[in-house]
Ligand binder design. Structure first.
Ligand code: PNS
Length: 165
């Protein structure tokens, strides 16, 4: 069984994430989408909400599992018996940080490889941060995220909107 981990914050997941995930699912027997619990990074959605959104929008993919983890990614990968970490590369600007992470992860556990995949061109400008900003400012995000994420974003932003005096 060739298993890979696709880790990330996924706050929220967008179409670029799903495109990379579909590509990874064709290369590996099983891909675990792993939502990182990072207490240092303020998130809009809880880890449970992110897991629920990813579960919903990957229902059609039979070799995908959604999980969350805290602590070191490579330790989680080892526990899961994974041989690879998947990361999406959108542009040259992603490369420096991704290279640093992949080299450090390989230093920590040399047998786990990082595999970089590029998303479909139409998704190269997408990021969770920019999707949240558009949603927050009242813009339409339905071209950028799966339907369940668009609904969750709307609900989250309504529930967290400051009350009018
Ligand atoms: O979607 P993101 O925010 O770019 O994902 C970054 C993530 C979660 C993959 C990275 O921060 C991570 O691996 N966190 C787990 C902690 C860890 O292993 N840190 C050492 C990385 S070299």
């Amino acid at each position: 069984m060739r298993r890979a981990i696709y880790p990330g914050s996924f706050d929220p997941p967008h179409n670029g994430h799903l495109d990379v995930l579909r590509r990874a699912a064709r290369l590996f027997d099983e891909v675990i989408v792993a939502v990182a619990l990072n207490e240092q990074k303020a998130a809009l959605f809880t880890v449970e909400e992110r897991v629920a959104m990813l579960t919903e929008c990957t229902r059609d993919l039979t070799n995908i599992r959604v999980a969350s983890f805290h602590g070191l990614l490579v330790e989680f990968a080892r526990e899961q018996g994974a041989i690879a970490l998947i990361r999406g590369l959108r542009a040259v600007s992603d490369f420096e940080f991704e290279l640093q992470m992949s080299l450090m992860n390989r230093k920590l556990i040399p047998t786990i490889e990082t595999v970089f995949l590029t998303p479909i061109e139409q998704s190269t400008y997408l990021s969770s941060r920019i999707v949240k900003e558009i949603a927050l400012l009242g813009g339409a995000v339905s071209d950028f995220v799966p339907a369940c994420v668009a609904v969750a974003l709307k609900a989250k932003l309504q529930s967290s909107a400051p009350r009018q005096p």
